[in-house]
Design a protein around this ligand. Structure first.
Ligand code: F6P
Length: 357
């Protein structure tokens, strides 16, 4: 009898269920007597002992279903070593439940924070296999994360919808795209949606360069402009400050997000009307796109293979279209960012897209 715990942690995304289905189907193919424990609401369930025994039927019909059938929550890694409000040692509690339930392996689906805790559990002696989930595509060790392409589709659709209105009114539109501290989602949706200006955290912008790019379009007789702005975009000025200095500077910041600051500056400098659209969490919603369904099924199947082979302490990642095992110790605490000198940026610049640098 094999007992495997599934756990989804951090922000959800479209392809979590498809990935769990991939793991489950492969395990059910291989073992007649496998028990899958759905650990509820991420690490919270592992800490407080909440799980649901899953049946093969639970994994039917979920390939196309967004969200996660076992729930998720954010449990910050930096607080994992701190006792909870009742003095409970969280790491000890997780290890005890792992043992009490007699698990042979934990399958953990998550992003960066999740991987730090997964690595900690692995170092503490639990058998762990992980899968790279996030719309941000910022996990080190894999070319692509599941959820990313579905989110690119949604963010691109938002830009497409804005295009017609921008053209009708002759305005400047800003579409603010998620992605946390990295610009992958904005870069891809920006190119796919034909944005004129793309601002990323990895390429701090100069507002004068942004204004210049807008004026150039005006001179070319273009009636409107679209900016795809990453939620983590930052000006050159702010990028030069230390974390502490930036915090002090932003203490009385009146803007709900970076796009509103940029929008205000553009209006003041150009006199053009600016509108801002923030698709927000819609980017994590709805069904996974076919591309994500394929990589989720492949990654899920490969993760199950790792379990069958007793290969623990690894993330299933994709490199050059091959699924490979990546040691958790290498993944944890590292971020995959957009390289400003990469070919995709050069090509985008070649198309006339401004990055405000
Ligand atoms: O990591 C996924 C993500 O959607 C980021 O792009 C975004 O910054 C963050 O999560 C939002 O988090 P929350 O859902 O907790 O508001």
């Amino acid at each position: 009898m094999k007992k495997i715990g599934f756990l989804t942690s951090g922000g959800d995304c479209q392809s979590l269920n498809a990935t769990m289905r991939g793991v489950a189907k492969t395990l059910y193919q291989r073992y007649d007597d496998v028990k899958i424990y759905g650990i509820l609401e991420g690490y919270k369930g592992l800490i407080y002992g909440n799980y649901r025994e899953m049946k093969p039927g639970d994994f039917s019909g979920i390939l196309t279903e967004g969200g996660t059938i076992i729930g998720t929550s954010r449990q910050p890694f930096k607080k994992m070593r701190e006792p909870d409000e009742n003095g409970l040692d969280k790491v000890k509690a997780m290890k005890e439940n792992y043992k009490k339930w007699g698990l042979d392996c934990l399958v953990i689906l998550g992003g960066n924070g999740t991987h730090k805790t997964a690595n900690l559990l692995s170092e503490e002696g639990c058998n762990v296999v992980t899968l790279p989930k996030t719309i941000d595509n910022d996990i080190w060790g894999t070319d692509i994360t599941f959820g990313f392409q579905s989110a690119v589709n949604i963010a691109t659709n938002a830009i497409d919808c804005i295009h017609t209105t921008a053209a009708s009114h002759g305005r400047v539109f800003i579409v603010e795209v998620m992605g946390h501290k990295v610009g992958w989602l904005t870069l891809h949706a920006g190119i796919a949606g034909g944005a004129d200006i793309i601002l990323l955290p990895e390429i701090p912008y100069d507002i004068n360069a942004v204004v210049k790019a807008l004026e150039k379009r005006n001179r070319q007789g273009k009636r409107f402009s679209i900016l795809a702005v990453a939620e983590g975009a930052i000006s050159k000025e702010d990028a030069a400050l230390s974390k502490k200095e930036l915090k002090a500077k932003n203490k009385d910041n009146p803007y709900p997000s970076i796009s509103y600051k940029i929008g205000k500056e553009i209006e003041e400098r150009t006199g053009q009307e600016v509108r801002i659209t923030v698709p927000g969490h819609t980017q994590r919603g709805g069904e996974p796109c076919p591309y994500d369904r394929v990589i989720s099924s492949r990654l899920g199947s490969a993760a199950a293979r790792f379990i069958i082979e007793g290969k623990f302490g690894y993330m299933a990642g994709i490199k050059n279209n091959e699924v490979i095992p990546v040691p958790l110790s290498e993944v944890a605490g590292r971020l995959k960012t957009v390289n400003p000198d990469s070919s995709i940026i050069r090509e985008a610049k070649g198309l006339g897209i401004s990055f405000g640098d």
